[in-house]
Design a protein around this ligand. Structure first.
Ligand code: AMP
Length: 538
């Protein structure tokens, strides 16, 4: 037998200080670049933990953050769970109703707010029933806010105790984090992460065949720290001692590219729309990207054309990954197996555009109309998952039973698996187009359209049809130089060689913008309504 050693975030936190005290953490703030190292980070975070105790935070209490990706948010990522609290990261782009719903549902006791976001919390403070203290993430000691009682972050740090003793009896199954995921209808649903889940997830994603982060890397997570733990990167990077670069308030593609250049970033992570924005910026201006190796791309499907452009034009690997808030989030990563390097370049790009191979530690089952599907790359079924970093329920929510059944998380994603085990997300169950009893993948169509040189963004939705039940309609945003120069026929004839005839969209609607979710994915629900109302009014 082996020792029963608790897998907690405290181990990750201490390791970084002990082994990598001089490795840097760089944070873009509204006042400029803030730069320190893991040793200073450890000291400040310890002081913050002591301040939390003074504010009355007890074991299991939820402590919320409403913040950008910066060094203070990173300190909260460790101070809160290591002192026994639960880090509840709130999505800053939610509606007021949803912000107050989730803060009340989680029973947040303390709320950390970035100074630039204070008005948003002031607007809902009357609705917040459980918050006993607000901490404003600012350099200012004097505060100017109606939030009450409010404390200055830096004042708490200044008065904090750097010899604070963290509890030594944290259980690996204790709650460490919490994040709400938007539901199609109704209120967001809460997912609680355990220390053990976050620890094992960090080990898994650091593996070289997975995201492969190392102390050699300089990592910039563009993915927000309020979205599925910034894909677990703040924990994994601290575990291995990477240099971390946090892009701060309102990051744009230009800000990103400047930081890539000045901080010699080697790996970054974000949703496909961000990388499209980066490509557009690169067309306008050149940047020194000689250190950049990998862009992790997840959250929605990465178009093959984009993977190709990054590789062939800029020598950068776009690493396609899949996950969900409910899965901490990492589940699949696409890398070419050693015995598949003989495939043609095109075939390899096809594999890289799939969501990839299952991470060690996670188990899957793909269930179609006739039970588990064949691994033939064709038969479609719903993806079911289980493992040590897969949620087992929604937090105090009766919708748990719809999603968590018979020991499996039912993802609602329809997938195929090929002979080699590469998984491809065909669609969300509710986004598939059901035409004449057959399924059409909106993801495949939109990724193909985004391969056209004139197209900046494309999304495909189903519209009701008398005969076929549903038919696909494409919504396309053209790059500025091509505006009004490309028509429906051109898009359809571009797709013709790539798809069966009945897959081709019935219509192409040109738009200025595709509505997006709070984390930058295409918002299919809003787009469907928009397209339907266009049809009604015409
Ligand atoms: P969220 O919990 O907001 O991160 O959303 C999770 C959902 O995003 C998944 O259930 C998928 O539908 C979608 N998703 C995540 N990663 C990918 C990917 N690489 N390709 C396609 N869809 C993805």
């Amino acid at each position: 037998m082996m020792m029963d050693y608790p897998l907690t975030l405290k181990h990750i936190f201490d390791r970084a200080k002990t082994l990598f005290p001089k490795h840097e953490i760089v944070s873009r703030t509204s006042k400029g670049i803030f730069r320190y190292n893991y040793s200073d980070f450890h000291r400040r975070t310890t002081k913050l933990a002591s301040a939390l105790q003074k504010l009355g935070v007890k074991r299991g209490d939820k402590v919320a953050t409403f913040a950008w990706n910066d060094h203070r948010h990173l300190e909260c990522y460790f101070a809160i769970p290591c002192m026994g609290g639960v880090l509840h990261t709130i999505n800053i782009r939610l509606s007021r109703e949803h912000i107050s719903y989730i803060a009340n549902h989680a029973e947040d006791k303390v709320l950390f707010v970035d100074e630039t976001l204070v008005p948003m919390i002031e607007a809902v403070q009357d609705q917040l029933k459980t918050v006993k203290a607000y901490v404003i993430m600012t350099d200012q000691m004097e505060l100017n806010t109606s939030l009450s009682p409010a404390y200055s972050y830096e004042q708490l740090i200044e008065e904090g105790d750097e010899n604070f003793i963290f509890p030594d009896d944290l259980d690996e199954n204790d709650a460490a984090g919490m994040c709400f995921t938007s539901a199609t209808t109704g209120n967001p649903k809460g997912v609680v992460y355990s220390h053990r889940g976050l620890f094992l997830h960090s080990m898994a994603i650091a593996m070289s065949d997975n995201l492969g982060v190392s102390q050699q890397d300089t990592l910039l997570p563009f993915v927000p720290m309020f979205h599925a733990n910034a894909w677990g990167l703040p924990f994994a990077c601290t575990m291995v001692g990477s240099k971390q670069v946090l892009p701060g308030p309102m990051p744009t593609p230009q800000v990103l590219l400047e930081l890539f250049e000045t901080e010699k970033v080697t790996v970054s992570a974000g949703v496909p729309t961000v990388w499209m924005g980066v490509l557009h910026e690169l067309e306008k201006k050149s940047y020194d990207l000689s250190h950049l190796k990998t862009l992790i791309c997840g959250g929605s499907a990465a178009p093959k054309s984009m993977i190709k452009t990054f590789r062939e034009k800029y020598g950068i690997s776009l690493l396609h990954a899949y996950g969900m808030t409910e899965t901490t989030p990492l589940v699949f990563v696409s890398r070419i197996k050693r015995d598949l390097h003989h495939l043609s370049q095109e075939e390899q790009y096809d594999l890289l555009a799939k969501q990839g191979l299952l991470s060690p530690g996670v188990e899957m089952k793909v269930v179609g109309a006739n039970g588990e599907v064949k691994w033939d790359g064709k038969e479609m079924g719903e993806l079911l998952l289980r493992g040590p970093w897969i949620a087992s329920e929604y937090y105090k929510d009766e919708r748990t039973e719809e999603t968590f059944r018979d020991g499996w998380l039912h993802t609602g994603d329809v997938v195929t698996v090929d002979e080699e085990g590469y998984v491809k997300i065909v669609d969300r169950t509710k986004d598939l187009v059901k035409s004449g009893g057959e399924w059409i993948s909106t993801v495949d169509l939109e990724n193909a359209i985004m391969g056209h040189e004139a197209v900046a963004e494309a999304a495909v939705v189903a519209v009701p049809h008398e005969k076929w039940q549903e038919r696909p309609v494409a919504c396309v945003v053209l790059k500025p130089p091509f505006k009004d120069k490309v028509d429906k026929e051109e898009i359809i004839s571009f797709l013709e060689p790539q798809f069966p005839k009945w897959w081709l969209p019935d219509d192409v609607i040109f738009m200025d913008e595709i509505p997006k979710t709070t984390v930058g994915k295409f918002l299919k629900r809003a787009l469907r309504d928009q397209v339907k109302s266009l049809y009604k009014s015409s």
